[in-house]
Design a protein around this ligand. Structure first.
Ligand code: M6R
Length: 604
């Protein structure tokens, strides 16, 4: 996703900006640019692709003395990844960088075009710089023009803007996209869309809040809130230790990654949901021509996302779907027919078994698609098409936000195909999209619930095993819950379809066998409840997760009432992640780097 940096000071500005952008590379991007303002003169450099290309373009540029600079890595949403679409965007005497989406850019663009403004790019961002210059003509100061500009913008943004007439100043604003302002003992001011870009360069920062805007110059910073009231500068110290600072106050990367699922899911959905359709800029609908079957293939957590998707594909898109564990698929001499779309799912894009399966499918002449979190990974480069999950770098070995974003992408893909095949009515599609839009707020961690899970975890440190059970999509979620617990607690846990218990596993039931029962209100509640009652009757200790009371439960984790089972799915996902983590913490295990495991499994 896009990244922003800004700098006001006297050090070599190019190096500082590019260094900051490098720290934001993990967010993913497809072009980059910087603009430097010195003595009322601008220097601009942009390049498609990696930062090395930008460095080459700016190779001969050197600055001495005071300057201000802004930089950006762009992850294309409006318009292709080209140099013209890369930020900073230019007006006559101003430059802007922006993260987020300006939702009313078309209206603004039409208004500005009617006044004779010429646009160079296809982006929504470019309206900001022209709107600013339009207001500058009638405003007493550039800051007034900036304030008027913000009043007209709708959508999400983090903005840095520079203007030649104020050559020691950066104008900034935050509304919905992250922005941090930092300063150091040498009197320099910096900006970053994550503190990763500021660590080592600033000793204190302000995490700007939505509605905050202002300007920073060589000798002053002015900050205003959404009611245009000037507010005090409350700087907080910034750790100088990169690793602990990257944890942003959380105990583990896994915990941070669970907490940031709301933000990354917003990124996953961004620009992809329309009122009655799903839109993937990366997909050409010809990918589905002649396709009558989908085969999903993956390992571990990604396999659980695939299994979840198989329910959604058959339900929404009415297309025959099968799911394969990659390590099995490779050697079982599968029958592959050209009417099958082969979809691999991988956080890293490097997992050996999944990569080899993808190669097999390609060799057999199948059309291929990868759902992946890492741009330019081996799978992304190999597949015919790719959809990025936009989860940001995931450091905890136990996957959390990668799973959440994979399920969200696959769910959207089921709707995309449903639209292509007309298998859902417009009102059903609109309903699904409405539910999808609610997911980022549903996965926000409720700290009271987290505390309840922390307390509950002490009752689940012994015993001879766990059954995680559920039906429909809650079965793959049960598998994922069991895998999370196994990976970091080293306790034995199995996921099962709840209706399968009576066919054998129930023989294990006794008080030392813990059943974690997923009891959603909106998907087969009564059926699952009967299965849990069967386990309770055999004295298994029951921990139910449900919005409804369950009188046979020894422990009950109450989730919220929702309108749809997928909302329940995502809330229960967070509960399972936190419960596993708290059990592992109590057992004194290394949560982020559990024994015997690697983040990316590049051997078979
Ligand atoms: O990078 P991938 O998604 O291809 O990785 C697949 C599995 O190795 C991975 O999901 C693994 O199961 C995780 N440790 C689960 O938390």
């Amino acid at each position: 996703m896009c990244g922003i940096v800004g700098y006001i000071g006297s050090k070599p500005v190019k190096e500082i900006l590019i260094d900051g952008l490098r720290e934001l590379e993990y967010r993913g991007y497809d072009s980059a640019g910087i603009a430097v303002l010195q003595n009322h003169q601008f220097s601009l450099f942009k390049a498609v692709g990696k930062l090395i290309n930008l460095e080459e373009k700016a190779q001969s540029y050197e600055s001495t003395g005071f300057s201000v600079g802004i930089g950006h890595t762009r992850w294309a949403t409006h318009g292709k990844p080209t140099e013209l679409n890369a930020h900073p965007h230019v007006g006559q005497n101003s430059y802007v960088v922006h993260n987020g989406i300006i939702e009313n850019y078309q209206e603004l663009k039409a208004m500005l075009t009617s006044k004779g403004v010429q646009f160079l790019s296809q982006t929504d961002t470019e309206v900001i710089v022209h709107l600013f210059e339009y207001h500058l003509k009638t405003s007493p100061t550039p800051f007034d023009a900036f304030t008027k500009t913000l009043e007209e913008l709708e959508g999400a943004y983090a903005i840095l803007l520079v203007n030649a007439s104020a050559d020691n100043t950066i104008f900034f604003a935050k509304h919905g996209s992250p922005m941090i302002l930092g300063r150091n003992r040498e009197g320099e001011t910096l900006f970053g869309s994550s503190d990763a870009a500021l660590i080592g360069k600033c000793n204190e920062v302000i995490y700007l809040e939505d509605g905050h805007y202002g300007f920073a110059s060589s000798d002053t910073v002015a900050l205003f809130d959404s009611k245009n009231v000037s507010i005090a500068l409350n700087f907080t110290p910034l750790s100088e230790n990169k690793l602990s600072a990257q944890k942003e106050g959380f105990r583990f990367f896994m915990e941070k990654e669970i907490y940031e699922q709301s933000t990354v899911l917003s990124d996953t959905l961004m620009g992809r949901l329309h009122d009655e359709t799903v839109y993937f800029e990366e997909l050409d609908s010809s990918l589905f021509t002649g396709i009558s079957e989908i085969k999903l293939c993956a390992c571990g957590t990604s396999y659980h996302a695939a299994l979840t998707a198989s329910y959604l594909f058959e339900r929404h898109s009415r297309i025959k779907t099968s799911v394969e564990i990659a390590s099995e698929f490779r050697y079982r001499e599968p029958l592959l027919t050209p009417d099958t779309l082969f979809v691999v799912i991988s956080q890293s894009g490097e997992t050996a078994d999944t990569l080899e399966s993808l190669k097999m499918a390609k060799k057999a002449g199948l059309k291929t698609l990868v759902i992946c979190n890492v741009d330019n990974s081996s799978m992304v480069r190999l597949a015919d098409a790719s959809i990025l999950t936009r989860a940001g770098i995931e450091k905890g070995v136990a996957s959390t936000k990668a799973f959440a974003t994979q399920v969200a992408v696959l769910w959207m893909l089921s709707l995309f195909i449903a639209h292509e095949r007309s298998t859902l009515t417009p009102s059903d599609l609109a309903h699904q999209i409405k539910i999808l839009r609610s997911i980022p707020s549903i996965v926000k961690v409720d700290v009271t619930l987290h505390e309840q899970l922390r307390r509950l975890s002490k009752r689940y440190l012994h015993g001879h095993g766990f059954f995680f059970i559920g039906r429909d999509v809650f079965f793959p979620l049960a598998l994922e819950g069991a895998l999370k617990l196994k990976e970091i607690s080293y306790l034995h846990a199995e996921g099962y379809p709840s209706g399968e218990m009576k066919h054998g596993p129930i023989a294990l039931a006794d008080p030392e066998l813990f059943t974690i029962a997923l009891l959603p209100q909106h998907k087969l509640y009564d059926k699952t409840k009967s299965n849990v009652e069967e386990l309770s009757a055999r004295d298994s200790t029951i921990c139910s997760i449900s919005p409804l009371d369950f009188d046979k439960a020894d422990d009950h984790i109450r989730t919220h009432m929702h309108d749809d089972y997928m909302q329940e799915f995502f809330e229960m996902m967070v509960v399972l992640q936190l419960l596993s983590m708290e059990i592992a913490v109590r057992l004194g295990n290394d949560v982020d780097m559990p024994r015997n495991l690697a983040k990316s499994v590049t051997v078979e």
